[in-house]
Design a protein around this ligand. Structure first.
Ligand code: AMP
Length: 400
């Protein structure tokens, strides 16, 4: 299939050309005709499949066909980073179309709030928003949603996990009932089905590689004691001249400790976690994208949605707290047709969780002992290991 098969307008085709997309990905092939035909969609797809363009392309095309009549599409996302990234994709794909967009998210100053207000009243074509910030505007009564034709919920499972369920309900209450709703989620637990049932009208369901790592990711795991992890990380980073590495930690504390440890070794490293303010996070992100920083240490907040091109290596410094998370994290490497490497460090007490991950993704991952200069490493025997604390308890342990 080719993009020209969708009969997109010329300015949109030019945008695709400029951004370098040659042919549609699987989710784009399936979703675009449906959206152009005004069908509601449930898309079960992880980041890395091209799902953003799968909804942006038909929405931009629809706006081109209708002309600019005010706010036409609202994209609700769980995080600021994802909002910014989707906004950038509108800018790229829509470069020649004149379609306007704005990302609306918390943590900005009063001036930005004023700019957001202006865009919401005067009508940017597409608004991408985190729930809390959008509600702040909606409550002030000036947002004109009368012409809205598309509601897109991106990373819906993540939004529910983050407790945005009531916010979403409140936002939807402001929207016209006659609209197209597109819901994307990496997983389809019953609560997502329930949400979809409440918001979507006879939706078409599209499933793309549920809970499977993107093809092209070379995965391996290291068996280590907790105390060996820093040494192993330094060893791996010094063994190859990599310039784009993301390391995920489960807690903000381990982000800080690891960043400090790597800095001491002269590695160009930066960190982002929810401890840092938005401006700092954006600066670190830019430096990483520009390769001024070679290594980015992060908590889970950047695991989803963030699109950094050409990440060579993703490391799970801690085994993710749940199996789906693993798939999201390693989705940062090997984006759309590229290849990448994903390593996971497994301490003794994390073996059981790692075993669960292998079950979920239906594949056994090669396990490697730590290099001998780090001392002996544990055997892999997940059945004998006691599990970490149960999921519901662990999830309550503060912000990540
Ligand atoms: P997403 O799943 O939307 O986060 O997209 C993952 C990555 O794939 C992003 O870097 C997109 O720019 C890229 N991408 C999306 N669609 C295509 C396509 N048709 N051809 C090449 N790259 C694409």
């Amino acid at each position: 299939m080719k993009f020209s098969d969708f009969n997109f307008s010329e300015p949109l085709m030019q945008g695709l050309d400029a951004i370098g997309f040659e042919k549609p990905t699987a989710i784009q092939e399936q979703a675009i005709p449906q959206v152009l035909n005004k069908k509601d969609i449930i898309g079960c797809a992880q980041t890395g499949t091209g799902k953003t363009a799968a909804f942006l392309l038909p929405v931009i095309e629809d706006i081109l066909r209708h002309g600019h009549v005010g706010l036409a599409a609202l994209v609700i996302v769980p995080t600021r980073e994802l909002a910014i990234q989707i906004d950038q994709q509108v800018e790229g794909l829509g470069y020649f179309t004149g379609v306007t967009s704005l990302a609306i998210y918390g943590g900005k100053d009063g001036v930005s709030f004023g700019q957001e207000k202006q865009a919401l009243t005067e009508g940017a074509d597409i608004v991408i928003a985190t729930p809390g910030r959008l509600i702040a505007h909606l409550n002030l009564g000036y947002v004109n949603l009368g012409k809205l034709r598309f509601l897109i919920l991106d990373e819906a499972d993540r939004m529910l996990d983050m407790g945005f369920s009531e916010d979403i309900e409140m936002i939807v209450g402001y929207l016209p009932e006659k609209r197209n709703t597109l819901l994307f989620s990496a997983t389809m637990p019953p609560k997502i089905r329930k949400l979809a049932k409440a918001l979507l009208n006879d939706p078409e369901e599209i499933n793309i590689a549920l809970s499977k790592p993107a093809e092209g990711v070379v995965q391996a795991a290291f068996l280590v004691y907790e105390a060996q992890k820093l040494g192993l990380m330094v060893h791996l980073l010094k063994a190859r001249p990599l310039t784009s590495v993301i390391i995920f930690c489960s807690t903000r504390k381990s982000v800080t400790v690891l960043e400090r440890g790597l800095k001491k070794e002269g590695i160009k490293v930066g960190a982002i976690s929810s401890d840092l303010d938005q401006q700092h996070r954006e600066e670190v992100m830019i430096q990483f994208k520009n390769a001024e920083l070679h290594v980015l240490v992060a908590t889970n907040i950047v695991a989803r949605g963030i699109d950094i091109v050409g990440v060579e290596l993703v490391v799970n410094y801690d085994v993710p707290r749940d199996a789906e998370e693993y798939v999201h994290r390693i989705g940062r490497t090997a984006r759309a047709d590229a290849t990448g490497i994903a390593f996971t460090f497994i301490s003794e007490e994390e073996q059981r969780d790692f075993h669960d991950i292998e079950q979920l993704i239906g594949m056994e991952i090669k396990k490697i002992k730590a290099p001998s200069h780090l001392g002996p490493s544990p055997d892999y025997n997940p059945q004998k290991r006691s599990a970490r604390k149960p999921q519901h308890f662990r999830k309550q342990r503060g912000k990540r």
